[in-house]
Design a protein around this ligand. Structure first.
Ligand SMILES: Nc1nc2c(ncn2[C@@H]2O[C@H](COP(=O)(O)OP(=O)(O)OP(=O)(O)O)[C@@H](O)[C@H]2O)c(=O)[nH]1
Ligand SMILES: [Mg+2]
Length: 319
């Protein structure tokens, strides 16, 4: 490992915010310098409880996050925040507003706020997100909040990486129906009906309750009404998150959930390894196999078997 990366890891372990920022940028870029980071970092992770906050653009996720930071800080907890934008190849930009909005925590050493987009990481956000969360974890966070924009598959992947998933809805027209379509009803551990100060809140709450009645999950997610701009309902949201955590811990579900997550991550890493090895080490063989399949000399499965055998012989590398 390069000396400067080793220094960065040491800085992260001391909770230095500059080091946290730089290491998360490295994760985002997915550069070769990352090699050897996780083996140093990983033993220092596993302490943080992770909370995913997702919902449609403008639903109030950042405003809620800001409030939750303040709430957590009042308990003396160290908080990490990762704002992930699956739709953008750039961090900054749209998320810059979030950083500005969270300026009130800018000088607080107990708060780390970073944003991340897809950029260079070959495994995409599904691999980059858990790595970035581990950086915040290793830096000493008790709680890591992951904010994701949108209500699609990529977001579900990101929030899957969390211990408690909070889905933010608004009284807006058909918002909750869209969430149902996107499969968010199944992924939500806690629902927030934000902007409860706005018209239609009561109607939306009723419809959401009805929708959840139809669900067959073992545990019905709590619904919390908030008005993030005034801070109303934030204590209730914090309590609901704590309740879900306690429920999972009592039933051994948290360990199960984390194990599933690790299994998924390992699969993704292996798949990504194989993909990149095709390009890096077996390009010619690959082209040749494609040609032979096209000439009907081999069927695609036989070709894939040959490729897997060949790729398995390549000595291990770290990305
Ligand atoms: N009336 C009202 N406005 C709110 C509330 N919460 C947030 N807003 C406003 O809604 C707008 C969007 O809030 P954000 O917190 O940036 O929403 P977001 O979900 O993080 O947005 P993106 O990250 O762009 O998807 C801002 O103008 C907020 O001030 C609320 O409870 N009531
Ligand atoms: Mg936001």
């Amino acid at each position: 490992m390069k000396a400067d990366v080793a220094d960065l890891v040491e800085g992260v372990l001391r909770g230095e915010r500059r080091a946290v920022a730089r290491l998360i940028s490295l994760v985002e870029d997915g550069g070769p310098e990352l090699g050897g980071v996780m083996d140093r970092l990983y033993p220092h992770t596993g302490r943080a409880y992770t909370v995913g906050i997702t919902g449609a653009p403008g639903a109030g996720k950042s405003t809620l996050t800001e409030r939750l930071i303040t709430r957590a800080r009042s308990d003396g907890l160290v908080v990490g925040v990762l704002a992930v934008d699956p739709s953008s190849p750039f961090s900054g930009g749209a998320l810059l507003g979030d950083r500005v909005r969270m300026q009130s925590h800018a000088t607080d050493d107990g708060v780390f706020i970073r944003s991340m987009a897809t950029r260079g990481h070959l495994g995409g956000l599904a691999l980059a997100t858990p790595e970035a969360v581990r950086v915040l974890d290793a830096a000493g966070s008790d709680v890591v909040i992951v904010e994701t924009v949108g209500v699609g598959q990529a977001e579900v992947e990101v929030t899957d990486a969390c211990d408690t998933t909070v889905v933010v809805l608004t009284p807006g027209f058909g918002d909750h129906v869209q969430a149902a379509k996107a499969g968010l009803l199944e992924t939500a551990d806690v629902f927030v009906l934000n902007k409860s100060d706005q018209q239609g809140a009561r109607q939306a709450l009723r419809e959401l309750r009805q929708m959840l009645e139809l669900g067959d999950g073992e545990r019905k997610p709590d619904i919390v009404q908030t008005s993030a701009t005034t801070g109303e309902g934030i204590d209730e949201l914090w309590t609901a998150i704590g309740k879900h955590r306690a429920y999972q811990e009592e039933k051994g579900l948290l360990e199960q959930r984390r194990r599933r997550r690790i299994a998924r991550e390992l699969r993704a890493i292996v798949a990504e390894r194989f993909r990149s090895r095709i390009d890096d080490t077996a390009g010619e063989v690959f082209d040749d196999l494609v040609a032979r399949v096209q000439r009907r000399e081999l069927d695609p499965y036989a070709a894939a078997d040959a490729l897997v055998d060949l790729l398995s012989e390549v000595p291990g590398d770290r990305r």
